[in-house]
Write a protein that binds this ligand. Structure first.
Ligand code: NAI
Length: 247
């Protein structure tokens, strides 16, 4: 479904990003796996190549560093001559009740989840505008950005911003045939959510009508749909991936 396409997935060393990279590679894309640490990203790429038999390559940069983002994306594009799909997956989640929230936590959250997404999209869109086929951009939002949850106001604000950015850019970039959509996962089993244990975990699971947490593979399928021509006339949408989470 992605044969001949070049994709870049940020924060793809583990979790949801890793699974999306694997899925895209299996569908024939050349996939750039972004991570901050050179050795760890290289190791992830080697493992993914062995697992999928696909063409995956490292793209080492910190998404919060605008200059590094530009350099990293240009270097990737140079290798295949195109950039067709971008998945803005890198993100952080820190919980704290409002009264206990630090300035640093707020800044870190907005910096990684909002500013960095903006930096990566900006460079990617500049590259996609120059190619005839346009491109597809998929942003990782969250159910928390749509409905909120106590103890995660900074994270909710950051993911609501991603949704706003997605809708605005869908309109702005449609004339260039660049589609921009978002995924809003519910509770997915990854390192990000591994700290949610005991009673808190039971409470979250009780809210999911499908009766189970999601897996990274549950998110990779919808990501493939939005990245590929299956969704050629879909833009500005926020697709929930939450097993009917009661909110
Ligand atoms: P994770 O913590 O397992 O993976 C996040 C990846 O992003 C890591 O590889 C990390 O190194 C990378 N990253 C963080 N900051 C970076 C930076 N400055 N530069 C480059 N890479 C960076 O998290 P998970 O669960 O795989 O989440 C992926 C995305 O999905 C995030 O945006 C998250 O907010 C979102 N999401 C996750 C949900 C879940 O239940 N796990 C639910 C809803 C949304």
């Amino acid at each position: 479904m992605l044969a001949g396409r070049t994709a870049l997935v940020t924060g793809a060393g583990r979790g949801i990003g890793r699974e999306i990279a694997a899925r895209f590679a299996r569908e024939g894309a050349t996939v750039f796996v972004n991570g901050r640490d050179e050795a760890r990203t290289q190791a992830a790429v080697e493992a993914l190549c062995a697992e999928t038999g696909g063409d995956l390559r490292p793209a080492v940069f910190d998404v919060t560093d605008a200059a590094a983002v530009q350099k990293g994306l240009m270097a990737a594009r140079k290798q295949t001559g195109q950039l067709d799909v971008l998945v803005n997956n890198a993100g952080i989640m820190e919980g704290a009740m409002l009264a206990m929230s630090s300035d640093d936590m707020l800044r870190r959250t907005l910096n990684t989840n909002v500013e960095a997404t903006f930096f990566v999209v900006r460079t990617a869109a500049r590259l996609m505008m120059r190619q005839e086929g346009g491109g597809s951009i998929v942003n990782l939002a969250s159910i928390i950005g749509r409905v909120g949850v106590e103890g995660y106001s900074a994270y909710a604000a950051s993911k609501a911003a991603v949704i706003g950015m997605t809708k605005a850019l869908a309109k702005e970039l449609a004339p260039q045939n660049i589609r921009v959509n978002a995924l809003a996962p519910g509770f997915i089993e990854t390192d990000l959510t591994s700290g949610i244990e005991g009673d808190q975990r039971a409470r979250v699971l009780a809210q999911i009508r499908m009766g189970r947490a999601g897996t990274p593979a549950d998110v990779a399928g919808p990501a493939l749909f939005l990245a590929s021509d299956l969704s050629s006339y879909v833009t500005g949408q926020v697709l929930g991936v939450d097993g009917a989470m009661v909110t």
